[in-house]
Design a protein. Structure first.
Length: 289
């Protein structure tokens, strides 16, 4: 059995990892800043063992935390964006303290999971990991789809309306989304011991799809009514998205980053070492929407 320590549970990827990363052969322990708040937010059954511990402020819980025989640590990027200096410094502080805890457990292997929007801002992260002399791998992944992901949240708001206003540039934009549960299965199956050390590797979805096509796949399982489509320009698309669909600013900002940074990525680095079969998008949308 592999034992892993994970952090970043306040993020979407980390929160659902606390529910789906654990298996009979993959023992997961998670660190969360405020357990009572986390328990109110999470809507699925948590399968990982959780400990309340603040990686930024430290304190007695940090000083006294003990875990043994950890095979590796997984750190999910915790801040909204790395291109903000204040948020970057918080990320580096949390990561430094996470590495320290991993080493207490006799582990010097860390997987840092970033997003495509972080791609051009990862040098300070890599420099820190090099300075700490940790055996690291930085994984840069495409956007995920799944229950409560930012794409699913926006799609669910749009699906409530009879008329869909869209900007054709966005609707026809192609990308390679990742089924979320595939990400956890991939993390479990990769042979991290002895592979990809001091490397940046990419993880992208297997299928190319437009945002419009993915939205209508979502509609097939969430709505029985026929929608009317009206094309609008960029200005009205932005206005209507926020004003008439009740989508909060944080989700709109994250969606814009997805639009700006998403691209097809090269999976060949890890595929030379480990094969992996992705879940077809159509099947995945039906099972995790």
């Amino acid at each position: 059995m592999k034992k892993v320590l994970i952090s970043g549970l306040n993020t979407y990827l980390g929160r659902r990892a606390s529910c789906y990363l654990q298996t009979k052969d993959f023992d997961v322990t998670g660190l969360v800043r405020n357990l009572s708040i986390f328990n109110k937010i999470v809507k699925e059954k948590v399968t990982a063992r959780l400990f309340e511990l603040d990686l930024l402020r430290k304190g007695p819980a940090y000083d006294n935390f003990q875990i043994s025989n950890v095979n590796f640590g997984i750190y999910f990027t915790q801040v909204p964006t790395l291109d903000n200096d204040i948020q970057l410094q918080l990320e580096l502080l949390g990561l430094r303290n996470f590495v320290e805890i991993c080493r207490r457990a006799g582990n010097n292997r860390v997987i840092y999971v970033a997003r495509l929007m972080d791609e051009h801002f990862l040098e300070p992260v890599r420099n820190l990991l090099e300075a700490l002399r940790v055996q690291y791998t930085i994984v840069v992944k495409s956007s995920v789809i799944g229950k409560e992901s930012v794409l699913n949240r926006i799609f669910s708001k749009l699906a409530k309306r009879q008329t869909i206003f869209y900007w054709n540039w966005v609707a026809s934009l192609k990308f390679h989304p990742l089924p979320l549960l595939d990400v956890y299965r991939w993390l479990r199956e990769m042979p991290w011991e002895g592979n990809f050390i001091s490397e940046v590797i990419y993880l992208g979805g297997h299928e190319e799809v437009t945002f419009r096509n993915l939205f209508y796949q979502f509609l097939n399982y969430t709505s029985d009514t026929q929608k009317r489509e009206i094309g609008v320009n960029k200005f009205f698309a932005k206005l209507l998205l926020s004003r008439f669909n009740d989508i909060n600013k944080e989700d709109i900002d994250e969606f814009r980053r997805v639009l700006y940074y998403e691209k097809n990525v090269d999976n060949s680095t890890w595929q030379k070492v480990q094969s992996f079969e992705f879940t077809p998008l159509k099947a995945y949308v039906s099972m995790d929407t």
